[in-house]
Design a protein around this ligand. Sequence first.
Ligand SMILES: [Ca+2]
Length: 376
Amino acid sequence: MKDGRDSGYKKGLWFLGAWCLVLGAWQWALPISLELGNPDFELPPSNLPGNSTAPIELLNGNNTIPGWTYEGTVQYVPLAAGGGHAIRLGQDGKINQTFIANGDSMSYLLTFALSLGGQNCSVNASLVVSAPDSSSVFSWKQRYEKGTWESYGLYLGSWGDGESINLVFQSQATETDSNSICWPLVDSLLLKTIGPLTQTRGNLLLNGGFESGPDFLDDSKGTLLDPEPSVARSALQLWSVMGTVKYIDSKNYFVPQGNAAIEIVSGVSAGIQTAKTLTEGSEYSLKFMLGDANDSCMSNFVVGVQAGSVAQNFSLQSNGTGSSRGFSMVFKAESAPTLISFQSYIPSQSKDELKLRLQLNAKLSARNCSVLHAAE
Ligand SMILES: [Ca+2]
């Protein structure tokens, strides 16, 4: 009974905490979705009826596709029944679209669906997504199934109001024999802007609830975030990314608190890190929540947490039913900005742990300060 009451009490606090964080995010960093032209490629090329079931139509220079211009080998690809259409970027394939930046000091975050690799090819071409001052390469990774769709999030840049921004997708292959290459498929673009983040009440960490990040596609399997060493250029605002982590939403996943969380797969080297200037010699407490992914995996999972010079492993006994638990760690600030990181723990023997997932929400406060501890 006591556990039940405690659990209800905790849920109430989590809810209140989440409400404060979300309110803070809305107040200071209004996210805006921007409309790109034909972002899902469902408006067909000019010489192709929309209901075409032809396997592949080559965009050959005699037609146009609404919203986009293209060069090289670009194919308009019908997907499985009811799955709509996508673009395949073949040899030297490139599509681009120009949009006008709206508002100063906004971060532009892009989410898109990408399918890399195929069953019958020895070489997988990569995809390069670029905008003024930014260029990101997406390559097939061994741990993902070839030819399946994944959604990726990335930081495109930050520009002045009214600037003309050229968004470019192009294929990149190191091999010259194009017959042995599988080319990338692209679909479902979502563009979003976020203003500068401001500290929310009771939490010294900016974006500690991971509410500010790229958008999620409908029925999202989570948005993958590739390694990004710079907090200023990270799609997960103000957190650098080590390895590849997954950004998940509460609509499609169990999330310990708020609308979004970071999922770290156990056994794969990955994590996130931020930095905060604190008062030297003062004690701080870092509170965070860990939750399992509600995927029926029963095991003990471990995350390595570091705040300044204090490093500690925390473990959560998961019953695979979407449970979560709050943890905290006390540390003393030093003169340099304090680095705070959460990293997957690599088990040396147990293979069972490879499948486990971990979700995080983090909060930092000065000790003995009267604040709402959502994770307490
Ligand atoms: Ca589509």
